[in-house]
Design a protein around this ligand. Structure first.
Ligand code: ADP
Ligand code: ADP
Length: 223
């Protein structure tokens, strides 16, 4: 599981996250919701190792990652704007993390082929990101994050960059893809419907603090 233990994160003198504790069992999806600026992205960045906490710990599968650098973490991140490499093809983008980790060519090709099929991108493997639709870019970002077979998959507002008409269809597709992974998934969203439909556990944040946590059913029935 993923354990976030009494986590506090500062930017200069501002406390962005304050005393946050959460536990996500293996195979489950956590959604972090709350208004803009409440600290959601900061929590994701801290799990990914891109931001150092002032206090507290991040533990995955019993291993304390707090002082492990981002590149050595077993964590995949799908950033809000997808941040694909514009000069690389779809295949090159998905392959990137495997190359960086020294995986050999044959194993890389096999892994990328499998991910292309899984995300239904096989016919688009040679395209550049600029030649893809929003939904296709999202799937490339997802495949790239999944390539390293992370224990924890982090998604920052995964549907926010999509047209409103596309969002419903992509939400269902994303749900299917996440359901087929064994990772612990953490989704940041400001959309309550998205959180309630995709998550096993919902954490509601406000001003850097956890104000509510529970299953969608529990939160749905809350007054
Ligand atoms: P505000 O103080 O701006 O009225 P809300 O109470 O509407 O804030 O909640 C802020 C965010 O937290 C919203 O994105 C909302 O979707 C989410 N939220 C609040 N309560 C719940 C809940 N019980 N279940 C799921 N999401 C919630
Ligand atoms: P959310 O993802 O919920 O919108 P963030 O985690 O981005 O919230 O931000 C939490 C708080 O930290 C906000 O008050 C924001 O202004 C502040 N913050 C975020 N990033 C930085 C930064 N790089 N430097 C200084 N303050 C930041």
């Amino acid at each position: 599981g993923l354990v976030i233990d009494d986590l506090s994160v500062d930017y200069d003198s501002t406390r962005a996250v304050s005393g946050l504790s959460l536990h996500v069992p293996d195979g489950q999806t956590l959604a972090i919701v709350g208004p803009s600026g409440c600290g959601k992205s900061t929590v994701l960045r801290t799990i990914a190792g891109l931001t150092r906490p002032a206090e507290g710990r991040v533990v995955v599968g019993g291993r304390d990652l707090t002082h492990v650098p981002a590149s050595a973490r077993d964590v995949g991140l799908v950033p809000q704007n997808y941040a694909l490499f514009p000069h690389l093809s779809v295949r090159g983008n998905i392959e990137y993390g495997l190359k960086a980790r020294g995986v050999d060519k044959v194993a890389r090709r096999e892994a990328v082929d499998r991910l292309l099929a899984f995300t239904e991108l096989t016919p688009l493997a040679q395209r550049r990101p600029s030649q893809l639709s929003g939904g296709q870019r999202q799937r490339v970002a997802l495949a790239r994050a999944m390539a390293i077979e992370p224990s924890v998959l982090l998604l920052d507002e995964p549907l926010a960059a999509l047209d409103p008409q596309l969002r419903g269809a992509m939400r269902r597709q994303l749900l299917d893809l996440l359901g087929a992974t064994t990772s612990i998934n953490v989704i940041v969203t400001h959309d309550r419907h998205e959180a309630l439909s995709m998550a096993d556990v919902v954490a509601v944040m406000r001003d850097g603090r956890l104000v509510q946590a529970g299953s969608p059913r529990e939160l749905w029935q809350a007054p």
